[in-house]
Design a protein. Structure first.
Length: 176
């Protein structure tokens, strides 16, 4: 009589093959996931810049003697809502100390006006970590056109100036 051997579990070779297949699938999926996340961050940043422009349009109508807001905190929440905290953006975009961080990007608001009424502004969006959270530096001025920095290779360290944002050698309209 021969005794039959029952196999319990998997052999080492079978387990190694399964692990190898999982690693191959992961090596294909992870870069795509990172690119998708970066694209989502960039789309969110474009939305924040667009919404900030809309908030500025409301601010200048509500407080014509002041002109445009000169900081993101002026557009942000407050209690009560007033010119220093107009309640036109959320607390992430309307933070007290710039840069304001949302969705992998840092945001700055700058005006060239020294006194009220502020006749211009520049909103800037730049990735927190270049090539990880985004690969585009954005700006927009009071005309509402969202622009992308030409040949950008690093995140910005601060707000873009009005003159830089309108310079066609440095920034071009998004989608062009």
């Amino acid at each position: 009589m021969t005794q039959s051997h029952k196999r319990n579990g998997f052999s080492l070779i079978e387990l190694l093959i399964v692990v190898a297949v999982i690693l191959i699938i992961a090596s294909i999926a992870i870069p795509n996931l990172l690119r998708s996340k970066m694209s989502a961050n960039e789309a969110s940043a474009v939305s924040v810049v667009r919404n900030s422009h809309n908030s500025q349009a409301v601010y200048v109508l509500q407080y014509p003697a002041l002109g445009y807001a000169t900081s993101l905190a002026q557009l942000g929440p407050g209690n009560p809502c007033d010119p220093s905290h107009a309640c036109l953006t959320d607390m992430l975009v309307g933070c007290v100390t710039e840069p304001c961080v949302k969705g992998g990007y840092m945001f700055y608001l700058k005006s060239s006006a020294a006194t009220a009424p502020a006749g211009d502004y520049t909103i800037t969006g730049t990735p927190i970590i270049w090539a990880s959270t985004g690969q585009r530096n954005l700006c927009s001025i009071e005309d509402g056109v969202i622009k992308v920095q030409i040949g950008a290779s690093a995140s910005l360290s601060g707000a873009t100036t009005h003159a830089t944002c309108i310079d066609p050698a440095q920034y071009t309209a998004l989608g062009q």
